[in-house]
Design a protein around this ligand. Structure first.
Ligand SMILES: *Cc1c(COP(=O)(O)O)cnc(C)c1O
Length: 363
């Protein structure tokens, strides 16, 4: 298969899905895939056997969820537009409004639909303010119980999303406790509560049983059904970006240029100033660089067992979450194809991108 391509390994995906299934079974919570993190629908046949449906951040994600992922379709957006609301309602089981303003605006048209409201608890685990829903002046959800109380009869649930790659169960536990302190009297009047994404419960060593017990207790004490909305946790460590070295040079360091671009194909790493991850090691240090003309298009510095040369293949790890959904046509670099490694080990390409796709993305 011609590089560059994203390679989704179904056996690794299955391992994550089995943890999701175990958490659902032990806790009674439902798990919805957050499509903004991962929307590669070719593997939804497998994922939908272990998850209850999808949640979204836009009309297009709502439609994709409805069309490609059996089960429940939750519709959330930071702001719905007048011209999309009918289709959002037609394609979803629940609609979650970001503000009481949006709830009021669409009160009439959405009456009869299951409705929820996003609540911002003002606390989070994000260390980057770019991704912190509780940042000062945040627009993400209603934060004031006094503003929420008057609209309680119009909604049957709340959505909280304030975790971010949180691997620390005790921290989650403490934050849920704080949410119950502040919003418990409102929560107990609801039928369902979504606790959002960002809980890294598929990570190695995560105390899944303790999380399940806590969720079950939260549901029982407040008499609500609980939803989780995992994105990253569902697909973490399932996918690589397969690239080939095109050229090498030396400028104080050993440099290898590959047939991909971090700006175009793994943008999230650049935004959060993280290095890509590779699995090999060795005595030879090389900087792996993208082929766009952006000076800082650099995947990172890695060690290899031998000096790199044109034609060498490199697998960049963890290329599923917030990666495939953000690929772009910067510099006209060929977009990576999408391939799947099936459970029996065979690999097949499910999508390739051509010059025509590049041309069609603009006019
Ligand atoms: C981003 C997001 C998620 C998924 O978050 P992960 O960190 O990928 O698990 C879930 N719910 C909402 C509302 C989100 O904005």
């Amino acid at each position: 298969m011609q590089t560059p391509y994203y390679l989704i390994d179904k056996s690794r995906l299955l391992a994550n899905m089995e943890k999701v299934a175990r958490l659902r079974e032990l806790s009674g919570a439902k798990a919805l895939l957050a499509l903004k993190c991962f929307a590669t629908w070719s593997v939804f046949d497998l994922m939908s056997e272990y998850m209850d449906g999808t949640t979204s951040s836009s009309l297009f994600e709502v439609k994709l969820g409805r069309q490609t992922f059996p089960g429940e379709t939750h519709a959330y957006s930071v702001a719905w537009a007048d011209d999309e609301i009918d289709e959002v309602l037609a394609c979803s089981d629940k609609i979650i409004f970001n503000t009481v303003g949006q709830l009021a605006r669409f009160e009439e048209v959405s009456c009869g639909h299951i409705r929820g409201l996003r609540v911002n608890p003002g606390i989070s685990t994000s260390s980057f303010d770019l991704a912190d829903p509780a940042r000062p002046f945040s627009r993400l959800g209603e934060h004031d119980p006094a503003v929420i109380a008057p609209v309680l009869d119009q909604v049957s649930g709340f959505m909280f999303h304030n975790n971010c790659e949180n691997e620390d169960f005790d921290r989650f536990d403490a934050m849920l406790g704080a949410i119950e302190q502040r919003f418990g009297h409102l929560i107990r009047q609801m039928k369902w509560i979504s606790l959002g994404g960002g809980i890294h419960f598929t990570g190695e060593g995560y105390p899944l049983e303790r999380l399940a017990e806590r969720l079950k207790r939260f549901a029982g004490e407040n008499e609500v059904h609980v939803y989780l909305e995992p994105g990253e946790a569902a697909i973490t460590k399932t996918t690589t970006l397969e690239v080939t070295v095109l050229d090498t040079l030396h400028n104080g360091k050993n440099l290898a240029i590959v047939d991909s671009s971090i700006e175009a194909h793994m943008l999230d790493l650049l935004i959060y100033r993280e290095s890509a991850r590779l699995e090999q090691s060795g005595d030879h240090s090389w900087m792996v660089c993208g082929k766009s003309c952006l000076a800082g298009d650099i995947f990172g510095e890695f060690r290899f067992p031998a000096p790199l040369k044109p034609g060498d293949r490199i697998s960049i790890q963890d290329a599923a979450g917030y990666t495939m959904v953000k690929k772009n046509w910067f510099n006209g670099v060929k977009m990576p194809a999408i391939a799947i490694r099936d459970l029996d080990g065979t690999e097949r390409m499910v999508r390739d991108f051509t010059y025509e796709d590049f041309r069609a993305a603009l006019s």
